[in-house]
Design a protein around this ligand. Structure first.
Ligand SMILES: *Cc1c(COP(=O)(O)O)cnc(C)c1O
Length: 450
């Protein structure tokens, strides 16, 4: 039998000198709880030894327990995967201006819903919307929480219990279980599928439009590509058919870009202004994909429709918060000033030359003294531009167990995310910020002891 009386009391432990730094770190009540948990686990042991029953030993265990408990799970990391818009790694990192704008608004009272000229209640919707209208030439704009909620509120407002026509080739799943047909059903819209998986023709639209409909929807194929025997009418043709029947068109652009991706050797991604000039009545897209801003869902288009949407009760539930509006406005300003390529991180990465990346890869190799510099391709990612890649260079490691090696990279204090290709571990400098390069090299050096 054990003599559990040898376990010191909470009072005695908490008042011992070793306890004070731990209390300073985690607070008294947290330390008491942790001590109690350790005491309880000691009582479960059949053969108690004296050393583990000292106040000091109990505090060491309590401290470890608390450190684990307080460890943040949302932490920064180094993305050396070469995937620019990595959905699991937080999509677009923000520009300095956007971060500053968000920090300023976060730490101050502000004019979120206050009209300084009248001293009365103002509208939060004005902040990012004016600049969106200026940039796109659209009659009206609305910013909500993300693009999924933008689609939900558009359909809920305009198509509840009414027909929405969409091509079968566009009934996509984006990832994380987000499926266009499910969102459509959730809104109460009646989904009218037309055409086939690989081919939809203009007369499929005209036939469906013979009965009354609320909306024709076009969705970007997002992260997949149909090749081979494939056809879809273009947006202008769809708009013409819909407008002839008096039905408005919603274009879900997904990523939404202001810049022409073709100038970087990528396939041409439909731009926001192209959707508008093709005749789309509403266009929606994400704030944190190719736009390169904070998470947001942006709706632009005809004022009459957007005014209606603004009155829907869902808008309150999915509204953008003050930090998003501040950050988004700053990001949009970069486009207005024609400095996106210089200021917005994802466009800096997309436009960075392979030669420049090669220089970084060689510099890493010289510092780490291991690995080979090889050709590779960086990916755009983020549910945009499937298969589209940019020529790049990587520092490549040939190791016995690549899975084990990338796991070690993930376990650093600042985790490094690499990718495995042809049994090699690749680190692509395109997605690594220059301020992270020193840490990256220092951490990796520890894997190769002299
Ligand atoms: C990414 C995407 C969405 C969802 O956007 P979120 O901002 O992630 O909610 C919707 N439609 C398409 C076509 C997309 O690519």
């Amino acid at each position: 039998m054990n003599d559990y009386r040898q376990i010191p009391s909470v009072d005695l432990i908490i008042n011992s000198p070793e306890a004070s730094p731990i209390i300073a770190n985690f607070g008294r009540s947290q330390v008491i709880d942790a001590i109690r948990a350790v005491q309880e686990s000691l009582r479960q042991i059949d053969k108690l030894d004296r050393q583990s029953c000292t106040a000091e030993a109990i505090l060491i265990r309590a401290n470890l327990h608390l450190q684990k408990n307080f460890k943040a799970t949302l932490i920064p990391l180094i993305n050396a995967s070469g995937v620019i818009l990595h959905t699991n790694l937080g999509r677009a990192p923000l520009s300095d201006d956007s971060i500053e704008a968000m920090a300023t608004i976060a730490s101050n009272y502000n004019s979120l819903e206050f009209d300084l000229s009248t001293g009365k209640r103002g509208s939060r919707t004005v902040h990012a919307e004016k600049i969106l209208m200026q940039l796109t030439g659209a009659e009206a704009a609305l910013v909500v929480n993300n693009n999924a909620s933008a689609i939900l509120v558009i359909l809920s407002t305009l198509a509840y219990r009414r027909r929405v026509i969409i091509s079968r080739s566009q009934l996509i799943e984006i990832g994380g279980g987000f499926r266009i047909p499910d969102v459509m059903k959730q809104s109460g819209a009646k989904l009218i599928e037309i055409g086939t998986t690989n081919r939809t023709h203009l007369n499929d639209y005209s036939t469906a439009l013979q009965e009354p409909a609320a909306l024709v929807m076009r969705a970007h194929h997002s992260n997949f590509k149909i090749i081979g025997f494939f056809a879809e009418p273009n947006l202008a043709e769809i708009c013409e058919a819909a407008h002839t029947a008096g039905v408005p068109v919603l274009d879900d652009l997904g990523s939404g870009t202001f810049l022409d991706t073709a100038q970087y050797g990528l396939q041409h991604e439909p731009t926001i202004s192209e959707s508008l000039s093709a005749g789309a009545d509403l266009v929606c897209f994400s704030g944190d994909k190719l736009l390169g801003g904070p998470q947001a869902g942006i709706i632009i288009g005809r004022k009459q429709l957007i005014d209606k949407i603004k009155k829907h009760p869902l808008v309150r539930a999915i509204r953008a918060d003050k930090l998003c509006l501040a950050g988004l406005t700053a990001t949009l300003n970069h486009y207005l000033r024609d400095e996106a390529e210089q200021e917005i991180p994802i466009w800096k990465m997309i436009s960075r030359s392979a030669e420049d990346i090669q220089l970084s890869a060689h510099a890493w190799q010289r510092t780490i003294q291991h690995g080979d510099v090889i050709n590779c391709r960086s990916t755009i990612g983020g549910g945009s531009m499937p298969e589209e890649t940019l020529p790049s260079y990587a520092l490549s490691f040939t190791v016995r167990n690549p899975d084990q090696f990338v796991k070690q990279l993930r376990q650093f204090p600042i985790p490094i995310i690499a990718r495995i290709e042809n049994e090699k571990v690749l680190l692509d400098p395109r997605t690594v910020f220059s301020v992270q390069e020193e840490v990256l090299c220092n951490q990796i050096k520890t894997l190769f002891p002299e």
